[in-house]
Ligand binder design. Sequence first.
Ligand SMILES: O=C1O[C@H](COP(=O)(O)O)[C@@H](O)[C@H](O)[C@H]1O
Length: 250
Amino acid sequence: MAPKILRFQSEEATAIALAKYIANLSAKSIANHGSFSVVLSGGTLFDTTRKLLEAPYIGSIDWSKWLIFFLDERVVPLDHPDSNYKLAYDGFLSKVPIPESNIYPIKENLSPEEAAEEYEQRLKQLVANGTLKTSPVTGFAKFDLMLVGMGPDGHVASLFCWHFQRFEKQKWVTFITDSPKPPPPRITFTFPLINSASEIALVVVGEEKADAVKVALGEHASYGYPLPVQKVSPEGNLTWFLDNGATSRL
Ligand SMILES: O=C1O[C@H](COP(=O)(O)O)[C@@H](O)[C@H](O)[C@H]1O
């Protein structure tokens, strides 16, 4: 399905629209199958989800039905300043009544390889016991919503331009030990898992990302070697949320 590209006049307008979109999907998923599985990125994304913490959303969303996963994670203790879990906890999860048992951070004290394998096995168990849905197309877990950020170099999750992991076909979760953006050891969802999602919101704000947005969405998007962000192509719907800075070169 063709992506929906939403352009906003400001970061504030982007955040308002994103909250409405997430709240609508939450209500739809819970009415449809009793839960809402959400995959979070790290980085600047949380700031753009801040309107969920305000009325009318904070009081009307059924937070008890949310299930939280991490698109990628830095292999550091969960209370380390570089941890995506800590970022999510401090900025979002500690402010909403999602049961702790519904939040799935990585396990600590494992190597990147072990942490990736452990997370993949945990996802497979959640599919087997019916907590998560499965894609009828790929057989991978099918999340209700992935909130995907993008770096200025066009990377998504911890899938960077020059890493072979972006071509992975079998694994659900993989690892790297040499991330060009610190810290180096990370685990990350693979593209087949990402692209099995029902809905993906690609949230990109700020002028420093305008060049990558131009490569991905500009008139020459089909030329050359694709950026990781160009491999985001879900079975379900893809919606880009872009502010004026991110679209300044389109
Ligand atoms: O390293 C990461 O970078 C991307 C983009 O981060 P941002 O700060 O430029 O928004 C992020 O989506 C990913 O989860 C994170 O680990």
